[in-house]
Write a protein that binds this ligand. Sequence first.
Ligand code: NDP
Ligand code: 8X3
Length: 257
Amino acid sequence: MKNLKSKIVLITGATSGIGKSAAYQFAELGADLILSARRKDRLDEISKDLESNYGIEVNMMPMDVQNYEFVKFQVESLDDKWNKIDILLNSAGLARGMGSVKDGSVEDWNEMIDTNVKGLLYVSKCVIPLMLKNKSGHIINIGSIAGKEVYPNGNVYCASKHAVDAITKSMRMELLESNIKVSTIDPGLVETEFSLVRHRGDEEKAKVVYKGLKPLTPDDIAEAIIFTATRNDNFVVAEMVLFPKAQAGTRDIVRNS
Ligand code: NDP
Ligand code: 8X3
């Protein structure tokens, strides 16, 4: 595996799940990390652990990706050591609720669109000028199988991930002549805090999502992220769909009873 020493990786959603696992796997390869999410206590704990165990440098960037002005302020505040971002991993995202369009919550819809779509746009918009200045970079978005297919009551979450798919493809074209790679990784069921967040802390409902099958782990997804990030310069992983063995689509899932 390639050494990423002296590379700078900005990870959103770094306090949990896929973003956190990716932080550890990038740290193993020696990259210096800018870790971002809203929960400062977790950022602090993870940063200290990474610095002491891997000898890398970590810069914490607490922010809510829904707040464009603050995202802009945080990215523009990076000094010369940190503003040469080699890799941006857009992992911050969430689902809220499961409901039909008739019965769904407008607040939940707004939160998903503001986080998964606008948040990813805001962070990317602020980081791309730094990559252009540096004449290189790699943006890796965490999409979802929900960005390729839909399922009943997944309407707005699926729409937000279809938007990520569209934004990724468009960005790849826009940046084609700028030596900046753009990739998306689209997982199926991964056991993280995702379902707990979706069901607002209801552990029973969250467990049902993974019942009777062995889901992917955040470390599995981080392996795919590292693969994507460490290809030769001529090689772009445009998109990668990842399933647990028991899944073949959003609705094709085999569960042992
Ligand atoms: P987790 O809930 O474990 O992690 C989500 C991360 O996003 C947390 O670090 C959270 O940090 C951060 N986050 C959420 N909202 C915001 C916000 N407004 N501003 C900044 N950070 C935010 O879930 P996953 O790791 O599973 O999710 C990561 C990505 O993977 C998401 O985009 C999700 O849609 C996608 N995905 C997940 C799948 C799954 O089955 N788990 C499958 C396919 C895709 P904090 O709360 O501290 O801000
Ligand atoms: C998360 C995967 O199928 O639960 O993006 O929506 S799914």
